[in-house]
Design a protein. Structure first.
Length: 395
């Protein structure tokens, strides 16, 4: 039990800085556009490079877990992440920054898969409290990272300092995790009893629906986070530092929601809960895009963050519960879907912003959120009507 708590504390700390490294790029988009003279298409391509690294990593890590074990997968990923963070922004070179973002994404995939796998194995009761608490750590980092960037900008200091600091921290956490005893930390209840072929697993209806919801959710969440600073600069006429603070406000909404869910939600009707979250986030995002005062827009984006808060943890818990025999692959497939979403949608947003402008392009995200809600409704129907197609953990 003591070893479990120590491991959870270190994973929690790592997830804080994971959140900062994943979100911090969005907070410097206005500075990159002006300092490096990049177009929105250039920004979109670099962001897509990180997403490609991430979704390739999440899938590979789900396979490597069985052969290398969680220690090597997560520590190796952190080393790659540190290299990418140290190199990002070092020069205006498009290609150097593209490679740096790809390395960051490769490293983050290891953290995502290993952490979710460990939590699903430890919390095997169909609930999502521990998962929400861990992902609240990600959200805390996503808040602090842009705040640090905003402070650096206000003090006329290089924004690259934030990336270099995160690189150093990533290496330090890798060293600590390497010496953690991952073996014998999980109960035998979650041991695999059968092994589905990958082709059979990806044809499971519920898993496909969960992956589709994650794809849309991550596409909208990361896309809004990456572009909200530029949205407030271009549409609302705020300063670059205020734009960075809006990124933090959006993630404060996610943090608030995740902490409330972790502390208060004790139910096991995760599919119904998922639908409610999707509907709330869709409504809030839509309301934020109507012409209104900055305070109204900020409040709506905050509410949108609250709606997004527990979507990812709930889906991972559903996958771990209904695909207990193949948890590594199921979590890896779902995480890969998230990586595909973070690749496709911000890139599409960059193209649409160049074509229509940022304000109209944000309606693309509102439409995607509505599609996500429809997919969540299909998940609820699948859970209620087609449990023959899944294998439920024994009570």
């Amino acid at each position: 039990m003591h070893q479990q708590r120590t491991l959870l504390f270190i994973l929690f700390t790592n997830f804080v800085f994971f959140g900062a490294s994943a979100i911090i790029v969005g907070s410097v988009v206005p500075e990159i556009v002006r300092d490096f003279s990049w177009s929105y298409a250039d920004i979109g391509a670099v962001l897509a490079g990180g997403s490609v690294g991430y979704f390739c990593s999440t899938f590979l890590c789900s396979l490597l877990l069985r052969h290398w074990g969680p220690r090597l997968v997560i520590t190796g990923g952190l080393v790659l992440q540190a290299l990418g963070l140290a190199a990002f922004g070092y020069s205006p070179s498009f290609w150097l920054n593209l490679v740096a973002m790809a390395l960051i994404g490769l490293g983050e995939g290891g953290t995502e898969v290993v952490t979710n796998y460990c939590l699903v194995r430890i919390e095997e009761n169909g609930r999502s409290n521990l998962m929400n608490f861990m992902h609240a750590a990600f959200t805390a980092g996503a808040i602090v990272g842009p705040l640090v960037v905003g402070q650096l900008i206000e003090r006329d200091l290089p924004w690259q300092y934030a990336f270099q600091g995160l690189a150093t921290i990533s290496l330090a956490i890798a060293c600590v995790l390497y010496f953690q005893p991952f073996k014998n930390l999980f109960s035998d209840a979650g041991e695999k009893r059968t092994h589905l072929a990958l082709g059979d697993l990806i044809r499971q209806p519920l898993l496909l629906l969960l992956t589709f919801v994650i794809l849309l959710y991550v596409g909208v969440e990361i896309g809004v986070s990456n572009w909200i600073a530029e949205y407030f600069v271009q549409v609302a006429g705020t300063s670059a530092s205020t734009g960075a603070y809006m990124v933090s406000l959006f993630w404060v909404g996610l943090l608030t929601g995740r902490l409330l869910v972790a502390a208060l939600y004790r139910g096991e009707r995760q599919a119904l809960f998922l639908l409610g979250l999707c509907l709330a986030s869709t409504l809030s995002l839509t309301l934020a895009l109507f012409d209104a005062e900055i305070a109204w827009k900020a409040a709506c984006f905050f509410a949108c963050g609250m709606g997004f808060s527990a979507i990812y943890p709930v889906i991972v818990v559903l996958a771990g519960r209904y695909y207990s025999d193949e948890q590594e692959l199921a979590i890896g497939i779902i995480s890969t879907g998230g990586g595909l979403g973070s690749f496709a949608f911000p890139f599409a947003m960059a193209a649409l912003s160049d074509l229509w402008g940022v304000q109209l392009a944000f309606w693309f995200y509102a439409g995607t959120a509505a599609m996500m809600s429809a997919a969540a409704a299909a998940v609820l129907w699948c859970v209620k009507r087609a449990e023959w197609s899944v294998r439920v953990l024994p009570k």
